[in-house]
Design a protein around this ligand. Structure first.
Ligand code: SAM
Length: 247
């Protein structure tokens, strides 16, 4: 899958995507990252990218012209069709379902804004979707773009050593992930639920499902509100609640 990221700080974007499984995915060419600096598409001596807004007011706005040329260069570089996604606090909230949807595409183009944002005419004519990573305002769209790329790349075939680990992740099945424990020299097995040491895979799967339901109920009850629980899940959740009350 190909990612084209438009940013005034391209090194920041590529640096953030060098670590861990995502970095290895780019090294192994499972995904390709291309960064584009709109400043390279300016024609004045100052390589000016921003201007004061019409009508006055504070701050600067990213000008449309360098972005138009930049986007044309991106499209000329590879004809694979791609939606243009503008990272914006005003966009639709990004979530796991969106990451899955994007992971099915061959290519996406992401625009990271700066200053007060981008000339509205560029957004109106060239942006397909606005994506927000939360109800707060960052100084730039680089971290949102990196967030989207990271979440999408780890879903691509061959990126995670064990594809099942992504399926167990929070939000994949509408629930939060269950707690995890591992070997500890200092703690031994103290505090580890007995079932996880039992070797009984059916009981372990049951415990994990119950914990996922329970953790979701404790931390994100809103997620449960939009789910129709099976009879078995409802029983597991009741069991979790009873255990909580007993503790
Ligand atoms: N004036 C804009 C507004 O209030 O909607 C905010 C501009 S912000 C300082 C600069 C850039 O950061 C935006 O153009 C956008 O690309 C990015 N950005 C900031 N917060 C974001 C968020 N929560 N999600 C996605 N992008 C964000």
């Amino acid at each position: 899958m190909r990612f084209d990221v438009i940013s005034l700080f391209p090194d920041y974007v590529s640096h953030c995507l060098k670590a861990g499984v995502v970095g290895r995915a780019f090294e192994r060419s499972i995904a390709q990252l291309h960064t584009w600096n709109p400043r390279d598409f300016t024609h004045d001596n100052y390589r000016r990218i921003d201007e004061r807004p019409f009508g006055g007011g504070p701050g600067m706005v990213m000008m449309a012209d360098p972005l138009l040329e930049c986007l044309q260069a991106i499209k000329d570089a590879d004809v694979t069709p791609a939606p243009v996604l503008y990272m914006s606090p005003q966009g639709r909230p990004f979530n796991q379902a969106k990451a899955r949807e994007l992971a099915r595409l061959p290519r996406v183009i992401l625009l990271a804004g700066r200053y007060e944002g981008v000339d509205q005419r560029f957004l109106d004519t060239h942006v397909d979707q606005e994506i927000s990573i939360g109800d707060f305002v960052l100084s730039g769209g680089e971290l949102p773009a990196v967030t989207v790329v990271d979440a999408v790349v780890r879903l691509l075939d061959g990126v995670l050593n064990d594809a099942d680990s992504a399926i167990q992740d929070s939000f994949e099945q509408g629930l939060l992930d269950c707690p995890h424990y591992t070997r500890s020299e200092s703690l031994g097995t103290a505090g580890v639920p007995d079932v996880l040491l039992s070797g009984n895979h059916a009981l372990i799967a049951r415990w994990r499902r119950k914990q996922s339901l329970g953790q979701t109920w404790l931390k994100r009850p809103d997620l449960l509100g939009s789910m129709a629980l099976s009879k078995q899940d409802a029983e597991l959740l009741n069991e979790f609640k009873t255990e909580q009350n007993a503790n």
